[in-house]
Structures are given as C-alpha cells and as structure tokens.
Design a binder for this molecule. Structure first.
Ligand code: ARG
Length: 575
C-alpha cells in the first residue's frame, strides 16, 4: 500500500498508541492535504479534551513518536501536525510502483464473489437511453472488481417474460418470422411492440389469441417456446450490437432474464407463505416487510402473486435474490438500476432479510442510477415525446466526434477508428464522471469537449504522453529507470500517482467510478503542469534528467491507461 495518506494514517495511529495507550489506536488521525506541508494531521485537536492535555502538548508527543518518519513533522498553531514527506521516500515508492506490473493496485483478501445486476433492458420495448447509464456504470464496476481480485458474476436481468409476450408472439406470427426477426435485429423493438399493442387494443380476435398465447407460453408449450426464442434471440442480437458498439463486457452467458426465474416462482411463494412471511390479502399473496407504510399509514405490500395467480416484477426479484445468495454464493450483490426503483429494492431486501434469504454476511446494495435528462432539464426524449433509440444516439456521438477531428488530416480509416473511440469514450466518460445517483443532462456539446473533465480530454492527455515517447524514440515500457522528483511539479505529480492503488480499491468498496474519473482528471492536470515546467526531451536536458522524467511520464501513462481501461474508456493511439 503506497497511498501516502494511508501510510501516514497508520503511522499516526501507531504514534497515538505509543504515546497515549492502545485504546487510542483507532482514533481517526484526521489527515488532510495541507497548504503548508504535504499533509496535516488534526487529531491532537480532537483528542486533547479526552486526554486532559492541551492540543499542543498532544501534538508534540505525537511528533516525538514520529521522529523516525520519512519526512518532517512539525507542530504548528494550536496543535496541528504539518507533515512533509521526504523526496527520497516519494522517489522510492514511485519507482517501486513503476516496476510493479499492477501499478500499485493490490488484490483484496479475502476475495469476494460480487454479483452485479446491470443493463437489464426490456425485450418488449426498445433498449433506450435509460439503460445506457446502468450498462456503462455496471460494466465499470465489474471491471474494477475483477481487477482487485474479486470473482464477478454479471447478471443481465432482461425483461423477457410476462403478459406482453402473448401479443408479441401473435404479432410475430401475423407478420411472419422472417420479417419479425429482421425488425427486431434492427432495433425496432418499440415499433414492434406498438404495432402489437395497437392490434391488441383494436382487434378483439387478436386480443383473445394473445391471451390464450400467454397461457400456452406459461404452460411451457414447445411450439410457443420456440416462437418466444425466435423473438428473444433476435432481440438479444440487437442488444449485443449495442454492447459491441459500447465495448461493454456483457456476453450471452451473462443473461439471466426474468424468464429464468419462472420455474422458481411457485416454490418461492409457497416457501414464503409456509414461513409465515407472505400472507394473503384481498386474494393476492403479499409480503409486508417491516417499516414500510403507505400514505395512509397502512403497511405497504410487496405483491408476489396477484389475485389471478400471475407473477410480477417483485416475485422475480424475490426468487432472484434467493438464487444469488444460495446458488451463486454472493458475498455482495450490486443492483445497478434506476433510482426510481429505490423503494422496490428496499422492500425486496427487507423482505429477503425477514425470510432469512439474505443473511447479514451478504450485502445487497442498490447502486442508484440518476435519471437522464435532456438539455431542457426534462426526461430525455425526442420532440415527438418518444424515447430516443440508443443505437442512433451512439452513432450520432461517433459522427460528431468524426466532425470534431475533421481538420486533423487523418486518412479515412484512421479517422473512423479515432472517431469511434472518441465518440464512445465521450458518452461513457460523461456517464461515469458524475456521481451515479445524480440526475444527468445528456449534452453532446459538453461531453465532446476536448478540455475539462471529459472523455476526449482524458484520451488526449494519454495520447499526448504516448507521443512524447514517440518523439523521444523510447518505448514507454523501456522507461523503467528511477523516478527522482526534484522540481515541485514533479513531486506533486509523483505524490498524487501514489494514491492510485488505494483509490481503485475504494471505487470497488463504495461503487463510485466518478471518484476514479476525478482522480484521472487531476492526474492529467498535474501532468500538464509538470510538462510545462519540466522539459523532458528538449535540447539541453541532460541524459540523466531526461531518463528520470521519462520514467515519471511512463508511470503517469500507466496510471491513465489502467484507469481508463477500468472505466471501459478506449484510448486511441493518437488523436
Ligand atoms: N428491466 C428492468 C427495467 O428496465 C430493470 C431490471 C433490474 N434488475 C432487477 N433485478 N430488478 O426497469
């Protein structure tokens, strides 16, 4: 662990224990970056009262214990500890990090099994922008957890079951399998659904057929199931096009849609009823997890079997949580799903706990995804009020990226490659860089800017370091000499880079990819300052300085590349 702030915290805690007894070893050392030193520790201020000593005395006692610390420790003001790390310590740690194939990112012990439920579009409708963020954020979390050594089980909880499938299958039969497949593969799920719906509402014969079809589907009729597969396979092929375009790691093996739980629902309901957790209320089987009341102060039900015997969204989620804990052996389950479903998940988690299906050793967490807004501040839609097609939106991002680099003189093929990376990088980074639960304005102009905390800027910063190496005629991998930060800008950059490993682990713990974006942005800014103030390969720079600075460039490049890769943001070789 090289994060200076963490190293420091541990040392101050040891000093606390040595100076005032082991019972103080757990006190928060209150380490903050400081304007007067690298860090300040404010613990003396908070502890003084309890120790019945003056803060300054406490600080002095701590400073005495820290005399062998690789840096200077000074007591300042009423009792702050100002701590400045030795340049040689920073140099040693940074050099070690450059030689570490994992660039300072450790692996967690014990490794956990982390189930991540993300993307989860509905087959009966088109995959829309609302599913964009859960896909992107969920995928980044999956990458980060895998990188820190956890076992990740991706679960794409597709909406692929339920009453609409009766009319969808009948409509498929009406227009013919071939036509239907072509439409669905082209992403016209919404149009397909709307056509079926219109017939259902206007044509009693069709409505009757659709209802019968639901029953035959649910009874497992072989021919109906075959038609359902035809519908679903074509739909999934479209989803896969979108995933491919985005560079998302989901595969068909990760599909665990609502239909998968269908055979488990009856037993789940029976078991919950037998355990006395589910009760009949007005004919419906309901869960009443403690602590949930409606506006009328009556307990709020989670309906797991409707009065007509049908199952719904909550039934499936109850079966799914049991399966994830019991069969998948999850230690953590992350539900990367829209914030508007917060109540649903709180109730599902509470009910699962009540039923004994979610033990204290397993944590179920709703990673809330904030709503995507248009520039007008309203839910993101087209002017005619329909939701926007995801694939069209992604294509537009690539076209805009291509236009933005039009003047740069690339040949056709290179330009297309860069535009693809920049377009997708812009969309993904924009989603990731704001905290996942805040609402978010989808704005092409802003996300495609080449300055500020944007995907294109981060890609540019990375490509720029690669070009420094090209010009110097050195491969980044060969720049493995010692890092010796001498100038303030070098020192600030190196000190910052040392935090990378702890930060990645923190992103996994707290499900906060935006913290990684902020860190990488800061990395790029500190690099810019360094590069302005410290010439690397210019004439007049002596060979040793050049070697040292290239090593620092190499470490910066490693961190930017590794960080962007964890976010799933592609980096073009040049820009
Ligand atoms: N298909 C749902 C939707 O689009 C999301 C499913 C999320 N996962 C779950 N286990 N409920 O709203």
């Amino acid at each position: 662990m090289t994060d200076p702030q963490i190293v420091l915290a541990q040392r101050v805690q040891q000093a606390l224990a040595a100076a005032f007894g082991a019972e103080h070893a757990d006190a928060d050392p209150l380490i903050r970056p400081s304007q007067f030193a690298d860090f300040q520790a404010n613990v003396a201020m908070s502890l003084a009262k309890r120790l019945r000593r003056s803060p300054r005395e406490v600080a002095q006692a701590l400073a005495a214990e820290l005399s062998d610390f690789p840096g200077t420790v000074e007591v300042s003001g009423p009792g702050f500890l100002n701590i400045t790390l030795d340049d040689s310590w920073i140099a040693g740690e940074a050099t070690g990090m450059l030689r570490d194939p994992r660039a300072g990112v450790g692996t967690v012990t014990p490794a956990q099994t982390v189930v991540i439920d993300y993307s989860a579009p509905n087959a009966a409708k088109e995959m829309h922008v609302g599913h964009l963020r859960t896909t992107i954020v969920g995928d980044a979390l999956a990458r980060v957890h895998e990188h820190v050594g956890n076992t990740v089980i991706r679960q794409n909880h597709l909406g692929d079951w339920g009453t609409p499938f009766g009319m969808l299958i009948e409509h498929l039969l009406d227009i013919g399998e071939e036509t239907a497949v072509a439409q669905l593969e082209a992403g016209m799920g919404t149009e397909f659904y709307q056509a079926a719906r219109a017939k259902f509402d206007g044509d009693d014969g069709f409505k009757a057929r659709s209802r019968t079809r639901v029953t035959t589907l649910q009874s497992g009729d072989a021919d109906t199931l075959r038609l359902w597969h035809v519908f679903m396979d074509a739909t999934v092929r479209y989803f896969n096009k979108v995933y491919g375009m985005l560079g998302v790691t989901l595969t068909d093996a990760d599909i665990a849609g609502e239909s998968m739980y269908n055979p488990m629902l009856a037993k789940a309901c029976d078991d919950l009823e037998a355990a006395g957790v589910a009760v009949l209320s007005e004919g419906a089987l309901c869960l009443f997890p403690p602590g949930f009341t409606g506006s009328d102060d009556k307990p709020l039900p989670l309906i797991i079997r409707k009065s007509d015997g049908g199952y719904g969204y909550a039934s499936t989620d109850m079966a799914a949580i049991r399966y994830r804990v019991h069969d998948l052996k999850a230690d953590r389950i992350l539900y990367v799903v829209g914030a508007d479903q917060a109540l649903h998940f709180r109730m599902v988690f509470a009910a699962a706990q009540q039923a004994g299906w979610l033990p204290d050793t397993v944590s179920a967490e709703h990673v809330q995804i904030g709503m995507m807004l248009g520039k007008d501040g309203r839910r993101f839609k087209t002017r005619s009020g329909e939701s926007i097609k995801l694939m069209e939106l992604l294509q537009e991002a690539v076209e805009r990226a291509s236009a933005a680099i039009a003047e740069r003189g690339y040949d056709e093929a290179t330009r297309a490659e860069i535009a693809q990376a920049v377009g997708m990088g812009a969309v993904k980074y924009a989603d990731l860089s704001v905290s996942h639960d805040s609402e978010y304005v989808f704005d092409f102009d802003r996300m495609l800017k080449f300055t500020g905390n944007t995907g294109p800027y981060m890609q540019y910063a990375t490509a720029r370091i690669r070009s420094i190496f090209r010009k110097a005629g050195v491969m980044p991998a060969d720049a493995d000499g010692a890092i010796v930060p001498a100038e303030p800008a070098e020192r600030a950059l190196a000190l910052h880079l040392l935090r990378f490993g702890a930060l990645v682990e923190q992103v996994a713990t707290a499900s906060e990819p935006h913290a990684l974006c902020a860190f990488l942005f800061e990395t790029a800014s500190l690099f810019s300052t360094f590069y302005e103030e410290c010439p690397v390969a210019k004439d007049g720079v002596d060979a040793e300085t050049k070697r040292q600075r290239l090593a620092l460039c190499a470490l910066t490049l490693r961190v930017l590349e590794a960080g962007l890769d964890l976010l799933g943001v592609p980096v073009p070789e040049r820009m």
